[in-house]
Design a protein around this ligand. Sequence first.
Ligand code: WQD
Length: 335
Amino acid sequence: MTILVTGGAGYIGSHTCVELLQKGYEVIIADNFFNSSQDVPDRIAKISGRRPKVYELDVADGPTLERVFAENSIDAVIHFAGLKAVGESCQIPLRYYRNNLDSTLTLLETMEAHGCNKLVFSSSATVYGPKNESPYTEDMPTSATNPYGWTKVMIEQILRDYCAANKDFSAVLLRYFNPIGAHESGLLGDDPNGIPNNLMPYVARVAAGQLPKLTVFGDDYPTRDGTCLRDYLHVVDLAKGHISALEYAESHTGAEAFNLGTGDGVSVLELVNAFQKVNGVPVPYAIGGRREGDLAEVYADPTRAHEALRWTAEKTVDDMCRDAWHFICTRQAEG
Ligand code: WQD
């Protein structure tokens, strides 16, 4: 089977491509490399021993995407491509709506023109918004507090409506919690451009001496140690969840959402302490004020993924910390 992976050179996309290739799928990456390095496909090939086909393109560019489908017999699509920074989306909302919605609509139109009717969509726990309580379940109403989150809510709705009108189409909506860590080879990992927004890449850069210290955004939340709880899951476990979703799409139609998380909430300080302990490296930090929009607790009820996808996160927080540190050390050694 041939799988088109849009955004396949990105953090989660690249790890998913490795798992796909190692499972014997043919992989085509479509990526504009806006938020990923040109050498990622080589790293994917080095790890998996098999090379993905690569098209450098913008998924919203219909004629170029049409060529990908015309030149290849694509059986299913995993759609990662999109802008994903919460804060940035508040500053340039039109760019986020145009990019994330247009790319999805163009993809669906091109898939339809070529009779491709299986899609795995990169959604997010952010669709649970501020009104629901953890542990989140897939039947809860969705909403958002920022344009990035709204694009995910809207795309889920687009896919539900499309499936209602096209009974042979399967859309598996994967709601990721907090993916962290890196491939054990050290060749792939979370390597954002500029100063990281997310906790783990920031912690890793502080530990590596690339940033002076971590600011913990608030320790006065109603949690066991006052810092926010999140459902961190290893990016390789998350990647494997996409294989399970593809297999599910093979034998199902309609649009269905699944939480991909461990079901456990881990606090900021617990993660920082685990990172220091596992890697034997200090992570200097100071307590700062709360970050706008942060929720005290965000973690999954992953029961549906366990039962319907037969997927369970297996790696531990220590594994996540160890692999994240190995990745940044490998990157530093590469220069
Ligand atoms: C985790 C915790 C921060 C940085 C985001 C997006 C979400 C999804 C995953 C796309 C929070 C704290 C962080 C720092 C800190 N992305 N923190 N100091 O906010 O749970 O989720 O990424 O789908 O949509 O919102 O992840 O890693 O930014 O923060 O104290 O320098 O770490 O306050 O409690 P978040 P995060």
